[in-house]
Ligand binder design. Structure first.
Ligand code: PLP
Length: 396
């Protein structure tokens, strides 16, 4: 059947992390003990007040189509959130609610990318970005944000990567997979460059509330011009433990927002009406996040200390999100059970046989790293680190 598959669809990579998580699941089903550091979502349930809001929405009959861009009430709640939390003034008509931030990112790219347009992406990157660029006919231009520069690119590097074909730059701070957080100065230096060259910034702020040191700042706050050039993307998944509800949103210049609304109206119509009501109520209360951040902060410290106590592994401090990016380059080339560990995928496959599942760095653009989530219980972190230590000690 392959002759029937479009070239466009053929070019999209399947998740390289799927195979390892499936293997781990199978082992667990067979009764084998496996500690998983793969979670890309909070390990707690959605708070009761949000669940109750959705139940209430059902009882009240909020079960019909809403405007394609989302209910006015939710978009107004998002506009208030953007003002209160980010000091950004948006009219609710500039906000589009979608089926998760992932969908918002797709909408943003679809609205601005022409065939052959270049999109600059700091690497390591969240693996979905280049695939979305591809789907939209664009070309990803990666700039290296290595460990020695705390996994962040500088304004100079961004400027150097700009060509006449550059349409957009993707900023994700706090960053998945590295946990890096750009300082206000760093963000504003990048804004200066983007403004000078009239480049759009897709600012993925999904982890904005999960930080352990300096509060992240939205690039859209730099100036009115930068606000106009920025598409702010955010969502309910990570902050409110609402990954399954599929509510994300973006805020943009009105002309861009209107185009996105048109596209979405034909693609999916509105996001789920009941989930929208849950999101509206969630946004009315933000205090619960502080508790969550305290828990992640504790786990982040336990995990980082544990990993860095293992000879051969090294992790920079994670300052945001719930990921620790671990450098495994010192153990690449070593062997276990007569097999050489050549890259992050073979490392992860071998580690799985020792009862721990982690995500390889390859799909994030860093084949000498692995990603560990600390949205995992304290007990699992302690046990998992112990097992990783035993595994590393067996390498020759
Ligand atoms: N952006 C980043 C950096 C992410 O890590 C994720 C999810 O893992 C998303 C966006 C998408 O979130 P959702 O579609 O659940 O809102």
């Amino acid at each position: 059947m392959s002759e029937y598959i479009s070239n466009k669809a053929k070019n999209i990579s399947k998740s390289q992390t799927l195979a390892i998580t499936a293997a781990a699941k199978k082992m667990k089903a067979e009764g084998i003990s496996v500690v998983s550091f793969t979670a890309g979502e909070p390990d707690c349930p959605t708070p009761d007040y949000i669940v109750n809001a959705a139940k209430n929405a059902l009882d009240c009959g909020m079960t019909k189509y809403t405007p394609s861009s989302g209910t006015v009430e939710l978009r107004k709640a998002i506009a208030k959130k953007l003002k209160d939390d980010n000091n950004l003034d948006y009219d609710y008509t500039q906000i589009i609610v979608s089926n998760g931030a992932k969908h918002s990112l797709f909408n943003a790219m679809y609205a601005i990318i022409n065939e052959g347009d270049e999109v600059i992406i700091p690497s390591p990157y969240w693996l979905t970005y280049p695939e979305l660029v591809k789907i939209c006919g664009g070309k990803s231009i990666f700039i290296e944000a290595g460990e020695e520069q705390d996994y962040k690119v500088t304004a100079k590097m961004v400027e150097k990567a700009i060509t006449p074909k550059t349409k957009a730059f993707i900023l994700n701070s706090p960053t998945n997979p590295t946990g890096a957080v750009y300082t206000k100065d760093e963000v504003y230096e990048i804004a200066k460059v983007l403004e000078k060259h009239n480049i759009i910034c897709i600012s993925d702020e999904i982890y904005e509330k999960l930080y352990y040191n300096e509060k992240p700042v939205s690039i859209a706050t730099y100036s009115n011009k930068m606000k106009d050039l920025t598409i702010v993307v955010n969502g309910m998944s990570k902050t409110y433990a609402m990954t399954g509800w599929r509510i994300g949103y973006l805020a943009a210049n009105k002309e861009i927002a209107d185009v996105i609304d048109g596209v979405q109206s034909h693609m999916t119509s509105n996001a789920n009406s009941i989930a929208q009501e849950g999101a509206r109520v969630a946004l009315s209360k933000s205090t619960d996040v502080e508790e969550l951040v305290k828990i992640y902060d504790r786990r982040r410290k336990i995990l980082t200390e544990g990993i860095n106590s293992i000879d051969g592994l090294y992790a920079k401090e994670s300052l945001g999100a719930f990921y620790l990016f671990v450098n495994i380059s010192k153990v690449l080339g070593k062997s276990i059970d007569g097999e050489v560990i050549t890259d992050s995928i073979s490392f992860c496959n071998k580690l799985l046989q020792h009862g721990v599942v982690v995500i390889p760095g390859a799909p994030f653009g860093a084949d000498d790293h692995i990603r560990l989530s600390y949205a995992v219980s304290d007990e699992d972190i302690v046990e998992g680190v112990k097992r990783i230590g035993v595994f590393i000690s067996k390498l020759v």
